[in-house]
Design a protein around this ligand. Structure first.
Ligand code: SAM
Length: 304
């Protein structure tokens, strides 16, 4: 293929994926260079102050943040611009926070989205922090924030299915909100086990249904309007999956019901959110008539 044709192919691909407008805008904000910015690792992961920027620079930051909508995970404050994401991811992060210490550990966040949890994990001083997520939009969001944070986080546009082929193993793996998207959940948990060093640990969360039996819900087409939800286990079924994948020391950390405090529409997100996914007459059910989203948080250790 000659160079002209190759370039055209690339351009077509970019337009189809609509990546180019994000990429060009990101380049504009990456021209702004600021050193020693103040970082706050709190619920609003914050970098810099409004006073660090000229008016012109602030307008570029605003335009970039707007171009990268929807922001599903966060919240972030960048030079005092509040990016109030659809999900208050701080609620999930604060729930799991007491159960790990990443000091000097080699850590992966699978399905890391824009890296919100990884930015907060930096505070622990991990030896290496790698995010896996194949989504181009969330990569651009990550690059936008990280250009100013200047962290050593590595963001790989890879999926959980690539983890076992990665060039090193991990001591601790997080895989939050991903398992129910996988058509082969036991195979996915096996991939986590293969990606871990001996006695490595995981924290995962997934949708669950109530029940003492070892059963799963398999939604027809959509669950809570989400198209790619395959298996929603009871806790005993989830424990069986984990054991079959080679995990022991299985601890149930918490179960939660998603509320509109945690997931809601904002100016930075899509037009629909949790309130549109539940039965308007009975919020214990989804619009499809399934039990409303409930999550279980689990920690486990690779047994070999
Ligand atoms: C429901 S979101 C969860 C985001 C975040 N981990 C959380 O818990 O808030 C699922 C994420 O998985 C990512 N994803 C999609 N396919 C994936 C794959 N094959 N491997 C890993 N992550 C994937 C999506 O891009 C998305 O960011």
């Amino acid at each position: 293929m000659n160079l002209e044709k190759l370039k055209k192919k690339k351009d077509d691909c970019r337009n189809w994926k609509n990546v180019e407008p994000w990429f060009l805008q990101l380049q504009e904000s990456c021209k702004i260079e600021k050193l020693n910015l103040k970082i706050d690792y709190g619920d609003w992961f914050s970098i810099g102050n409004r006073t660090d920027l000229s008016q012109e620079e602030y307008e570029i930051i605003l335009k970039t943040a707007q171009k990268l909508i929807p922001w599903r995970k966060g919240p972030f404050k960048i030079f005092d611009l509040e990016i109030d994401s659809e999900w208050q991811s701080n609620i999930k992060y604060n729930l799991i926070r007491p159960y790990f210490n990443l000091k000097d550990k080699i850590v992966a966040d699978i399905g890391c989205n824009n890296g919100y949890y990884m930015f907060r994990m930096l505070e622990d001083g991990p030896k290496r922090l790698v995010g896996f997520d194949p989504s181009p939009l969330t990569l651009h969001q990550f690059e936008f924030i990280n250009h100013f944070v200047k962290s050593p986080i590595v963001y790989e546009m890879l999926g959980v299915e690539h983890l076992e082929y990665y060039n090193h193993k991990f001591d601790f793996i997080f895989m939050l909100g991903v398992l129910y998207h996988r058509a082969d959940p036991v195979g996915t948990l096996k991939s986590l086990a293969r990606g871990l060093n001996s006695k490595g640990e995981i924290i995962i969360d997934t949708f669950m249904i109530d029940g003492k039996e070892e059963l799963c819900l398999t939604p027809n087409k959509r669950y809570s309007k989400i198209p790619n939800i395959y298996f929603i286990p009871t806790i005993p079924a989830l424990k069986n999956w984990l054991e079959r994948a080679g995990f022991g020391n299985i601890e149930i950390l918490a179960t939660t019901i998603t509320t509109s405090q945690e997931q809601r529409k904002t100016i930075w997100s899509f037009d629909e959110s949790l309130e549109d996914f539940l039965d308007p007459n009975d919020d214990s059910k989804t619009v499809e008539g399934y039990p409303a989203p409930k999550r279980v948080y689990v920690k486990a250790r690779k047994i070999l």
